[in-house]
Design a protein around this ligand. Structure first.
Ligand SMILES: Nc1ncnc2c1ncn2[C@@H]1O[C@H](COP(=O)(O)OP(=O)(O)OP(=O)(O)O)[C@@H](O)[C@H]1O
Ligand SMILES: [Mg+2]
Length: 260
């Protein structure tokens, strides 16, 4: 099957909340198999953009093409089935369930009965349940949380909760992974480990869009950087180009990003 070079193509995308225009006439593309960062000041529209791409919000105007297919009005579960998965700026886990159960929920999206069967406690076939269990363990292992499998998710420190969210997102076997500030609240060592993890995920063939304020992390992992300001694109280029763009420096930090 023909695969377009871009996994994601966004054109003329606009979203307003009442009089507040959060995303305005935005165009950009994401090449397949890269890590693309989205940066911009607080309120620039980064999370809103993720909500639009993942179907949580529907746009006022504009088009979203994912994997060669128009998906503009698709619902979150339709997008999840087609290969878009995400994490949240504020961690959203089932805190009283175990770490393993949280990943198994992600995995249920891939199976016949879907995520509802977990909530309704419909029995999956034993073989199906076994497969979900095995895959969930695989993704826990992948992010280095295998020893925490039976702990309550809410008892994990923040850094590990963020890894768990990534494992849950990976368990849906996405083509495109949206990470909303995955390093916020992590210490330096955890951030370095996260950077390595993102590269491994990318090398597995999963495209990543990373919203992040940690400029060292962005410059370390991203192949392209899109800069938003008041919902508009002010730069979209390689990190080294964006870093020295006067408009970016002015809008985003007021100082040279290198020394921020
Ligand atoms: N559901 C909503 N209803 C009304 N206004 C909203 C809603 N969601 C976001 N906004 C507003 O839209 C603008 C963009 O918000 P958004 O959360 O997308 O910014 P952001 O770039 O993710 O910021 P941050 O870096 O602080 O996470 C902000 O002015 C915000 O207050
Ligand atoms: Mg945000």
């Amino acid at each position: 099957m023909f695969q377009s070079e871009n996994i994601l193509e966004i054109s003329s995308l606009t979203k307003a909340f009442g009089g507040l225009v959060a995303i305005f006439d935005l165009d950009f593309t994401v090449s397949r198999g890269i890590i693309k960062a989205i940066i911009g000041p607080n309120g620039a529209g980064k999370t809103t953009l993720f909500n639009l791409i993942s179907g949580v919000l529907s746009s006022d105007t504009g088009d979203i093409i994912f994997n060669g297919q128009p998906v503009t009005k698709y619902k979150p579960h339709q997008l999840a089935e087609r290969g878009i998965s995400r994490t949240f700026q504020t961690v959203e886990l089932f805190s009283e369930m175990t770490v393993l159960q949280n990943v198994m929920i992600g995995r249920h999206i891939r199976t016949r009965k879907g995520v509802l069967s977990v909530g309704l406690k419909l029995p999956a076939s034993r073989r199906e349940e076994r497969a979900i269990f095995e895959k969930a363990r695989y993704y826990l292992d992948f992010v280095g949380l295998e020893e925490k499998a039976d702990q309550e998710a809410g008892n994990l420190p923040l850094g590990q909760q963020k890894l768990l969210e990534i494992a849950r997102a990976l368990a849906t076997e996405p083509k495109l992974l949206l990470l909303d500030e995955p390093a916020a609240g992590l210490n330096e060592t955890e951030t370095e480990m996260a950077a390595q993890l993102f590269k491994v995920i990318r090398d597995e063939g999963i495209t990543i869009i990373l919203v992040e304020h940690d400029m060292n992390l962005v410059m370390n992992v991203a192949e392209e950087v899109l800069v938003l300001d008041y919902g508009r694109k002010i730069a979209d280029d390689k990190p080294e180009v964006v870093r020295s763009d006067p408009e970016v420096i002015n809008a985003y930090l007021g100082v040279d990003i290198e020394y921020a």
